[in-house]
Ligand binder design. Structure first.
Ligand SMILES: CC1=C(CCC(=O)O)c2cc3nc(cc4[nH]c(cc5[nH]c(cc1n2)c(C)c5CCC(=O)O)c(CCC(=O)O)c4C)C(CCC(=O)O)=C3C
Ligand SMILES: [Fe+2]
Length: 391
């Protein structure tokens, strides 16, 4: 018998890792891309361009292997801490599809699961759309479907930030010594339409605000680690959509050219927007941005993502136990670095509406920005059957 009691995940009887998904083979690339862009107005040319990125890697995205590694790290951490919680995995856009996973969870008798979404930040694509996916999957699984509690955004959790700090300090050492001290930290994330950015989070602008905070925390940590300040910028990759729709800028490539022209001696690319080495990282940064830097003679190093770092696996456990305690009506410590504090557990009304609901449609009455978001999304996922509600 152990003297100390294992931490209590009650009322959760499972953890669900919910991610984007990606193809595992060349013949899966187009069907995957069609899933991603269904009804989202992404032009055919952009689809073909994206297919080319996957072709560059033999038609397979690194994302599935990365998620398997993350799940293995989380399982190892839970086991080491004596937390008995099975871990399930489902994706929005590819196998294992979320709906199949939720059906399996129901078959296994799972009643209430914490959900880790592999996006650290609030936005329609990174938060609300996953809530919609959960809602749809529950509807498909029928009345035995488990209840889901999506964990809060982890952009300012030390278990996410600290590995990025170490990886950035490590990337600095890979630059030639004579340019190292003057290196600029270029923090990169996925671009999104500016309208989606403006309406992200309970007060708007959450996507950019949270990224700026993570960028600042990483730069601050790096300064402590290397004993020297480095200037930083927040830039964007992977622009999609039709050309007439404005997306967040500057693009990482344009920015590298500007920095080179301004006489910046070297750059470290820090992919703060991505939990692991997705296609956006291994293609958009390691192929495309690296070629841009090469062309203009700018020394460049790319920091590794947080990935399956054991500190992140421990953070996932902490977030699950924290949320479990909150659901039980306790007031647990909510760990967060910096000035923004721990993000909300349940998304309030108006949080991260679908950009399609914000676009005025010809022949329709003026678009209602709140139309897509009339119900608090977290609460909507709680089982009416059980009558459970969040505090
Ligand atoms: C905010 C955000 C995240 C982070 C949150 C999260 O992690 O969910 C994210 C993640 C990802 N995006 C990914 C891939 C793609 N995203 C696309 C298209 C789009 N992304 C968007 C936004 C985001 N995307 C948006 C607004 C679009 C336009 C279409 C639409 O409104 O939905 C397209 C279509 C073709 C193209 O345009 O490139 C692809 C192939 C992969 C997998 C990579 C791999 O295979 O390793 C991952 C993790
Ligand atoms: Fe994307």
């Amino acid at each position: 018998m152990h003297a100390t009691q294992a931490p209590d995940p009650e009322p959760f009887d499972a953890l669900l890792v919910l991610s984007f998904g990606g193809p595992d083979a060349p013949d899966e690339v187009l069907p995957f891309l069609e899933n991603v862009t269904a009804g989202r107005g992404v032009p055919r040319e952009r689809l073909e361009e994206a297919a080319g990125h996957y072709a560059h890697f033999g038609g397979a995205s690194p994302i599935n292997a990365q998620n398997r590694a993350l799940i293995a790290a989380v399982e190892a951490d839970l086991a080491a801490q004596g937390v008995r919680l099975p871990v399930y995995w489902g994706n929005r856009n590819w196998r294992p599809y979320l709906a199949d996973t939720v059906r399996r969870m129901a078959d296994d008798g799972i009643e209430r699961a914490a959900v880790l979404v592999t996006s650290a930040y609030g936005s329609y694509s990174g938060c609300a759309q996953y809530h919609e996916n959960l809602l749809a999957a529950r509807a498909e699984a029928g009345e035995r479907a488990p209840v889901f509690d999506k964990l809060r955004h982890f952009f300012n959790h030390p278990g996410f930030v600290e590995p990025l700090v170490d990886h950035t300090a490590d990337a600095l050492t890979r630059l030639p010594e004579q340019v190292r001290a003057g290196a600029r930290l270029v923090m990169v994330t996925h671009s999104i339409p500016t309208v989606t950015a403006r309406t992200a989070g309970p007060a708007g602008n959450a996507y950019v605000t949270q990224h700026r905070e993570t960028a600042r925390l990483v730069a601050e940590g790096v300064a402590r680690a290397v004993g020297r300040e480095h200037d930083w910028d927040l830039v964007y990759s992977s622009r999609s959509g039709p050309p007439q729709v404005p997306w967040l800028e500057p693009d990482v490539n344009d920015h590298l050219v500007d920095l080179g022209a301004a006489g910046v001696p070297a750059v470290v690319l820090v992919p703060i927007g991505f939990l692991s080495d997705h296609m956006e990282v291994v293609y958009d940064l390691d192929v495309e941005a690296a070629a841009t830097a090469e062309r203009i003679g700018l020394p460049l190093a790319r920091a590794a993502t947080t990935g399956a770092d054991p500190r992140f696996a421990a953070a996932v456990r902490e977030l699950v136990l924290e949320r479990a305690a909150t659901v039980r009506g306790e007031a647990p410590a909510r760990c967060a670095l910096g000035g923004l504090g721990a993000a909300h557990d349940v998304c309030p009304v108006g949080c991260c509406p679908d950009p399609r609901a914000l676009r005025p449609r010809p022949g329709a009455s003026a678009a209602d920005p709140e139309a897509a978001a009339r119900a608090p999304r977290g609460a909507a996922l709680l089982g009416e059957r059980s009558g459970r509600m969040d505090p």
